[in-house]
Design a protein around this ligand. Sequence first.
Ligand code: GLN
Length: 558
Amino acid sequence: MVPLHDLPYPLFRPRRYGGAWTVRKLVIVTGGVLSGLGKGVVAASVALLFQSKGYRVTLQKIDPYVNLDAGTMNPYEHGEVFVTDDGKETDLDVGRYERFLDRGLSAANYMTTGQVYWSVIRQERAGAFLGQTVQVIPHITDEIKRLIRLPIDRDDAEIGVVEVGGTVGDIEGLPFLEALRQLKDELPREDMCFLHVTLLPQLSTTDELKTKPTQHSVKELRAIGIQPHVLVARSEKPLPEPVRRKLALFCDVPLDCVIENVDRPSIYEVPLMFEENSLDKRIERQLQLPARPTDLATWDRLVARVRAPARRTTVAIVGKYIELYDAYLSIREALLHAGATLDIGVDIRWVAAEKVADDGPVPHLEETDGILIPGGFGDRGIEGKVEAVSYARERGVPYFGICLGLQCAVIEFARSVLGMGDANSSEFDEATSHAVIDLLEEQVGVGDRGGTMRRGASPVLVREGTLAHRLYGATTVEERHRHRFEVNPAYREAFEAGGMAVSGTTPDGHLAEIIELPDHPWFIGVQFHPEFRSRFVSPHPLFTGFVQACAEREGRSS
Ligand code: GLN
């Protein structure tokens, strides 16, 4: 094993490819004032702009919390857990990156404090540092630099965009900023661009945009040894000239590097706004890259449809965390992507599953064109979800069940159609006489909760002649998973005899991956998470099929 401190620096020396020099550049996105400013959208937008200029670009999220990954955090903490093809449970920003770049990322595109320490401690145990005191500087910071290089090497990227989570000044973020400060000294000046995202609060009494919190956060960053090259200032309204001048002067950035980031109705408008504000040109100047034009024609066309779609449809999402904006982020986005391609605006009605159980489904669902039940864990709201499935099945309302949503559809079918009154998942009722959903064989005896589910992409066989096959247009597809329970194979025959088709399975045919009701206008349940593979410019076929079915439903609400 190579001791970390012996790694060759500089890390990003340009390499020769087929006679031409390939650039290695880093754009670092930090944040100040408060969290939730949309740093992820800024990072993804910058990456998209440069990808559209023809560069190979990669993105990485640094999350300074100590968890090894986002897998065990509940949505109240950080919103949805996103899953990559290689099964990493990441922060939702990685999902945003994929949706913007239109390609899959991996575990290498995500880093946490826990992961950095885990790796260093494992090496210390293996004897890599014999005789030495293992310290934050240089050992932890060296490991951070190694992990920053990883996705750049793996993706053979010319430009790496790195987003540092949290806010400048947080104690847990310090080692990351220190590692970046070191990199700044190790790399040629023109190989790094620091971009600092802040908020200009507006006082309602005077209608003024205040710059002081930004000044303070830049001061904090400079105390750490990093001078931002570009300021991206989020505000509710455009920046008046005196405000821009003040920011430039106090934060020591050129006036044309104070970039406006005004709230937009859709995040997909943000890259277009940055292009208009010449953010890409300022980064090109800092990185000494030639001025190249962007090509966002497809993006632009889709954004126009999001702004003013030809028609609209309403979809109810029946879930557990409906009060949380980010808990079902990928599903929300996947519906929007499908709608943008079809020129249909999708209005989401958030329905609390427990309310459906209390009031019955009619008051909550009667004015919607389709019903979607997303993934979830634990028994809260399950009975309401099962009632929502009954409503969709009996009235011919388009139904899309994802992971737990498939499991609820199976439970409902067993109870209502097959007459198994107490059918349930053993996750919710271990004493049920019909465990139609049961623990995956591979999960028996698994005690640890972190990183132990069936996760990541695996092939799904799609049966010909089914709705799923019509939508996919293929007999083998890859989909991402995150679950412990499955349709109990012992009941498969009873389901098929009763009229529920298993239209997708694992390659060995053992595990049900897709179920559907051939006698229903549009009823699909999937054990995987298609929302993780939907992108703005290439929506997922199951979502497109669902949104189309909702918009065309007879007797629909709008
Ligand atoms: N709780 C269910 C399982 O573990 C569903 C998981 C999910 O919806 N992601 O199988």
